[in-house]
Design a protein. Structure first.
Ligand SMILES: Nc1ncnc2c1ncn2[C@@H]1O[C@H](COP(=O)(O)OP(=O)(O)O)[C@@H](O)[C@H]1O
Ligand SMILES: [Mg+2]
Length: 364
């Protein structure tokens, strides 16, 4: 089995798994200074874009392509490549298709999609000027594209909205939801979908603190909110996207209204994966490889499912005990450290809440 991976930044997460499965690995990367270039069997430095990877996939006769791209902008090119290579060469590309990327990479398209399939999302309007505003404060102002809280502002009054329009020519304006943030990863391949454990990412704040900077818990255990409901809605969204790979979805739960709202979908590897993997034993990046090898099935997922309590804590720089090999996996670890220096996070798991508390105290 020969797989072409695109992008080296996440490759150290799966290197052990590629070796374990005896896969011949080829990797393309556009930055010759990038990390992890020493890990795959073969590396090709190519210009940005998908022309290089496409050419290498064909000339090297690979069996499948697994893009490891954790940012939004290239996803549409990857999707176009998927359609071309699958149709013309029969090489599967384990990624979202064009329709799914178009619906999810723009938050305005996503809102319309939710409405079409009957999934609740916070009330919103598109503002072309501050005068268009009819929703009551506070509201959340966003751009169609962006991740990690980029270009997002919580407006408490008209002055805030005016300030936002100093910088932007329009806004997706959403009702501010007071409540809990939840993420969930759904895996999909060949029309089969499975929703993994819902993850709790903290309460929304009027300052708009992004979940990246909060302590998170898996599984989500929110009073009054059934995890089956979250999984069911997530499954429904993924089924309607009708595509392959990873779907990470953000939801909010308003305690006051007892309502679950869908916020956004990311069709790519994402930061929730460590907590998902800690909590239920399924590593979404490894499953992309299983999809490529024909080893992904609901039965295989259900056979592997585990149940742990886990947490993820931003720690800056880790100074605790050594992590076992493979370092980015829970196979031989009950904690994993990840993220760039200065912004590291630790994900810890245990069989009970009490054990988890003890472990947290030991490690940080
Ligand atoms: N309607 C909302 N109500 C309350 N907080 C929100 C709302 N929309 C976004 N936020 C806050 O902003 C963060 C980022 O918003 P999101 O739409 O997920 O964009 P991004 O792609 O940048 O993650 C959310 O995780 C949440 O903390
Ligand atoms: Mg988000």
């Amino acid at each position: 089995m020969k797989i072409l991976f695109i992008g080296s930044r996440l490759y150290d997460d799966i290197d052990y798994y590629v070796r374990q499965k005896g896969i011949d690995s080829i990797l393309t990367e556009s930055n010759e200074e990038a990390i992890n270039l020493d890990l795959p069997d073969q590396v090709f430095i190519v210009p940005r874009g998908m022309d290089g990877p496409k050419q290498i996939a064909v000339t090297q006769n690979v069996d499948a392509i697994v893009p490891l791209i954790g940012i939004d902008p290239p996803l549409i090119q990857v999707a176009q490549m998927k359609e071309e290579l699958e149709k013309d060469y029969g090489i599967p590309v384990i990624a979202a298709n064009v329709r799914a990327v178009e619906l999810t990479s723009n938050k305005i398209n996503t809102k319309k999609f939710y409405a079409d399939i009957g999934v609740a999302t916070p009330e919103y309007q598109i503002l072309n000027s501050p005068d268009d505003l009819t929703l009551g404060f506070p509201v959340v102002l966003k751009q169609g594209e962006g991740q990690g809280g980029k270009d997002i502002k919580i407006a408490h009054n008209l002055e805030d909205v005016n300030d936002y329009f100093e910088e932007y020519s329009y806004a997706l304006c959403e009702k501010f939801i007071e409540g809990s943030e939840i993420s969930i990863e759904v895996l999909g391949y060949n029309g089969e979908y499975v929703a993994l454990s819902p993850i709790y990412k903290g309460e929304t704040t009027l300052e708009g603190t992004h979940p990246l900077n909060k302590v998170k818990l898996g599984p989500s255990l929110i009073d009054g909110l059934d995890n089956n409901l979250i999984q069911h809605v997530a499954y429904d969204v993924a089924r309607n996207l009708d595509s392959d790979g990873i779907f990470e979805m953000d939801f909010m739960y308003s305690h006051k209204e007892d309502q679950l709202y869908a916020i956004e979908v990311n069709t790519r590897p994402n930061g929730t994966r460590y907590l998902t993997s800690a909590t239920c034993g399924i590593n979404s990046l490894c499953e992309l490889i299983n999809m490529a090898c024909g080893d992904f099935s609901l039965k295989n997922i259900f056979d592997k499912l585990e149940y742990y309590y886990s947490t993820e804590i931003p720690i800056g720089n880790y100074h605790g005990p050594e992590v076992n090999e493979p370092k980015k996996s829970f196979d031989n670890n009950d904690f994993v450290v990840h993220g760039p220096e200065g912004y590291q996070r630790i994900t810890i798991r245990a069989k009970s809440k009490k054990e988890l508390e003890n472990l947290i105290n030991e490690l940080i």
